[in-house]
Design a protein around this ligand. Sequence first.
Ligand SMILES: *Cc1c(COP(=O)(O)O)cnc(C)c1O
Length: 354
Amino acid sequence: MSAYLSKRLLTLKPYTPGEQPTDKKYIKLNTNESPFPPSPKVAEAINREAVEDLRLYSDPDLKALTGTIASTLGVPRECVFCGNGSDEVLCFSFLAWGSEGAAYPDISYGFYPVFAGLCGIKSSVFPLSPDFQINLEDYDGFKGLIVFANPNAPTGLFVEVEKIRTLAENNPQSVIIVDEAYVDFGAESALPLIFDYKNVVVVRTFSKSRQLAGARLGFALADSELINDLNRVKFSFNPYNVNRLTAIAGEQAMLDADYFESCRAKIISTRERLKCELSRLGFAFTDSTANFVFASHPGISGRRLYEALKDRRILVRHFPAERIDNYVRITIGTEAETDVLISALSDILKEAGL
Ligand SMILES: *Cc1c(COP(=O)(O)O)cnc(C)c1O
């Protein structure tokens, strides 16, 4: 740190991303990316002409991309906002609606406290129940921004949309952000609520279920007045926040419904198979509806498990935090990767005499 750093940033603890090895030595099950490549339509559309067009700025209104998202999901275009990853959408949300503070669960996406710190917003942290459920009643009467992931990360558990409806209904003073990064893997979406409530924002990403983590693209769906607020932030920061190639990739990924369906069906079936195998091996795990499982074993610590898998060239995520220290989060890979994972786990347990 230099002596010039703004005071507010001195105590800020930046986000620690999962490891991104630059070689391909590892089976990578640590950052919830897709094990599949993007739709073949993406590679076709990123052609020479698209590259030559890079001399021009991207469309600040992203008309084609937001139009494609809108028509695919059945919402008006005025209800769509795109960002450079949903991380940017979330950060803009904290800036737009967080002046009275931000509330989120103790165990959730690790970026929420970082955004609050960066934006100088006071955090209120509400603990999950002992079985890792979000109690939305805890947030009743809170005056600022409310944000949670649904399904939650790293637990994979979701709260029913009817409970989110009640929260929105009872708390018109707060903007409620439902971070649906993992919703495509089997949970119910809160999207219908944006038509009934002017304080609900659904945030989604192309990173997990549309194979475009490296392109950086996320979006918000909400009443048009809230979308205008996000645009107010964007046009005060970077009007060209989504680059041309990413906008093209995003449109194609949205349009290829068959590819999207087949990838998510594979992830869901592999996840359920992995759950069966984990039970057989004596693991405890949450009933995840995301593209990962969150598992612990009574005979071996989360850290040891992480290290033993890494020794076998399999990367998973371990969070050295209270209450979840004994767990690892394992992204769902291909069927073949899952076979390797299962045999590695079974070897590790054998070696530990379990
Ligand atoms: C991965 C993830 C994001 C970030 O997604 P990007 O679009 O890649 O920035 C946001 N929220 C949650 C809960 C996530 O797991």
